[in-house]
Design a protein around this ligand. Structure first.
Ligand code: NAP
Length: 309
């Protein structure tokens, strides 16, 4: 039986692994489908404390994993199929195999929200992407018109970044003003290579028949007018969705699926803790996720030592 199972190997999960490892709990850390988490898709991380020149996202996560392993964490490639928290030890199915755990830390992170269009799904990785820093520099996007969808800080950041590569960046937003922070919005709108398209929604990504992005169909939500915009890439930046479906109906969540801790990192199930973006829709930074991972590990360790007294 495992003393601690940690689900997720982003900043939260691996920091929890480091701390529970150092507490001699030999945590089993399950990667899920994205080992290293979303940060591995970032190029340079400039705001993680301690790296004055910045650090490559993939390298940061590799180092964090090595650091946790040095203290006894066992990182295993695997996806949790189901959980049974009705009694302790908790029962998990991991790729079809049963795993018993005295305690659990959920650090499953969040994924990119999708527009929900069939053409979007069919053209993913063929011009539709969710990460400008990962894909923006690809030859297919160079000196071509590009589209960013969204009106928050992420959309502004993506649009600004893409002006390095695209001939023009259309920022398509469903309202007539940006939701982004004042400074980001001001900077974005002042950029001559960014052209906002207000009150509009992308209704289709073209062209599925050609198996690549050639444009988007856009609908003006105020007038109902429809038009087509030529572009080589569609960068969707409309927020995130927490990866918490597995715990629906078991762990207390808000209406958007973010796990709601009851106190510190404790969830409504005694012995189950939470950390990182799956419970944070406000900060969502690498360093806040790491801090939450540390807190969850400390709460978990205290819970386990309480059991043995
Ligand atoms: P966000 O603030 O939730 O913004 C999402 C945007 O997408 C909103 O403008 C929203 O429109 C739009 N949207 C949502 N669903 C949509 C749909 N189905 N179709 C079309 N548009 C849709 O998300 P975010 O920009 O990812 O930011 C998340 C958090 O991270 C924020 O707290 C942000 O400040 C932070 N962040 C900070 C930085 C930075 O400081 N450098 C960078 C990135 C993110 P509405 O406006 O109509 O709701």
């Amino acid at each position: 039986m495992e003393k601690v199972v940690i689900i997720g190997t982003g900043c939260a999960g691996l920091t929890a692994a480091l701390y529970t490892g150092r507490a001699n709990l030999k945590p089993l850390v399950l990667t899920g489908t994205m080992p290293g988490g979303l940060l591995t898709t970032t190029s340079l991380v400039e705001n993680f404390p301690g790296f004055p020149e910045g650090v490559d996202g993939y390298e940061l996560m590799t180092r964090l994993q090595k650091q946790a392993e040095r203290f006894g964490a066992r990182v295993q490639f695997g996806t949790v199929d189901s959980v049974d928290f009705s009694s302790r030890p908790f029962k998990l199915q991991v790729d079809g195999e049963p795993v018993l755990a005295e305690s659990l830390i959920i650090a499953t992170g969040a994924g990119h929200r999708h527009l929900g269009l069939e053409s979007e799904t069919l053209l993913e990785k063929k011009g539709v992407t969710y990460c400008a820093t990962c894909d923006g520099a690809l030859p297919m996007f160079r000196n071509k018109p590009l589209v960013v969808v969204g009106g928050g800080d992420s959309a502004c950041e993506e649009a600004s970044y893409l002006t390095r590569f695209g001939s023009i960046v259309y920022l398509i937003h469903r309202r007539d003003s940006l939701r982004a922070s004042h400074i980001m919005a001001e900077r974005t709108l002042a950029n001559p290579k960014i052209k906002p398209i207000w009150d509009s929604a992308v209704t289709e990504v073209l062209d599925v028949k050609q198996d690549k992005v050639t444009g988007v169909k856009v609908k003006n939500l105020k007038t109902g007018a429809e038009s087509t915009l030529d572009c080589a890439g569609v960068f969707v930046a409309i927020g995130h969705v927490p990866n918490t479906q597995l715990f629906k109906g078991i762990i207390t969540m808000d209406e958007n699926g973010y796990i709601r801790p009851v106190e510190g990192a404790k969830t409504n199930i005694t012995g189950v803790f939470v950390a990182g973006d799956c419970s944070d829709h406000v900060y969502r930074q690498a360093i806040t996720a790491a801090g939450m991972g540390c807190a969850a590990a400390i709460d978990c360790e205290r819970f386990l030592s309480g059991l043995n007294q």
